[in-house]
Design a protein around this ligand. Structure first.
Ligand code: MLT
Length: 240
């Protein structure tokens, strides 16, 4: 297996696909996706374009759908909720499809939607993703961070390091680009202080300003959900 880390959708190659793409948006899209599916959502359907989300979800029974839209950390007007994973309780999402559009995470998903295997990772389901990769052994794996509007983000990189570390400790040959080692080093330094790291990250500060500290704390929890969000058709993730 060879791993490659790409920090943003913009840095992700477009002329080829990996055997498996792992999309990461710890704050907060992939944490929300894992939590919604773990709470029994039928699926999460991701859109980078909020208008398309509105049109497609319009064709669904209103009782069977939830529209979640976020821009700049805030809820998009006209949506049922923003992008807080804490709102994805079984009472709210069970049996429903979550139609989700966020500033960066859903764009990262779109960037790799043609890969034969697409899964999402966050700190909350890191272990499940690692176990899946250990079983599947895809030859090339891309860990694709969402970043923030084209820029690097600490929280996605530290999660990439958390996924990589168990592979790297067994075999350092799994490293496909320098970004992998950077991610592992970041995770090694901060793994016991993730909330502190997230509060220093630029998007963490943005969420703090919006009084969403509880979201940061939740997103920093590691290995608490045994769920693997896996793309079943383009843009649609189901629990596996
Ligand atoms: C994103 O896609 O940029 C996010 O998940 C932002 C957020 O809701 O915190």
């Amino acid at each position: 297996m060879k791993f490659f880390v790409y920090h943003t959708p913009e840095l992700t190659p477009t002329d080829t696909t990996p055997d498996c793409a792992v999309v990461i948006d710890v704050l907060r899209a992939t944490t929300t996706i894992a939590t919604a599916l773990n709470s029994g959502a039928e699926a999460v359907q991701a859109f980078s374009d909020i208008n398309l989300l509105m049109n497609v979800s319009e064709q669904w029974d209103a009782n069977q759908r939830i529209r979640a839209g976020e821009r700049g950390g805030k809820q998009v007007e006209g949506c049922d909720m923003g992008n807080s994973p804490l709102l994805c309780t079984p009472e709210t999402v069970q049996g429903k499809r979550l139609f989700l559009s966020t500033t960066n995470g859903t764009r990262a998903l779109q960037a790799v939607e043609n890969a034969p295997l697409v899964v999402t990772a966050a700190q909350v389901n890191r272990h499940t993703v690692v176990e899946y990769l250990k079983t599947q052994k895809p030859e090339t794996v891309w860990l694709v961070g969402s970043g923030w509007e084209g820029s690097y983000s600490l929280e996605d990189t530290v999660c990439a390091g958390a996924v990589l570390q168990p592979f790297y400790q067994d075999n350092s040959d799994i490293v496909g680009n320098d970004e992998c080692l950077g991610a592992i080093s970041l995770y090694s330094q901060w793994q016991d202080r993730l909330v502190e790291l997230f509060t220093q990250a630029s998007h963490g500060k943005r969420l703090e300003r919006l009084a969403l500290h509880e979201d940061l704390e939740y997103c920093a929890k590691t290995d608490i959900l045994d769920v693997l969000p896996k793309q079943s058709e383009k843009g649609v993730l189901k629990a596996s």
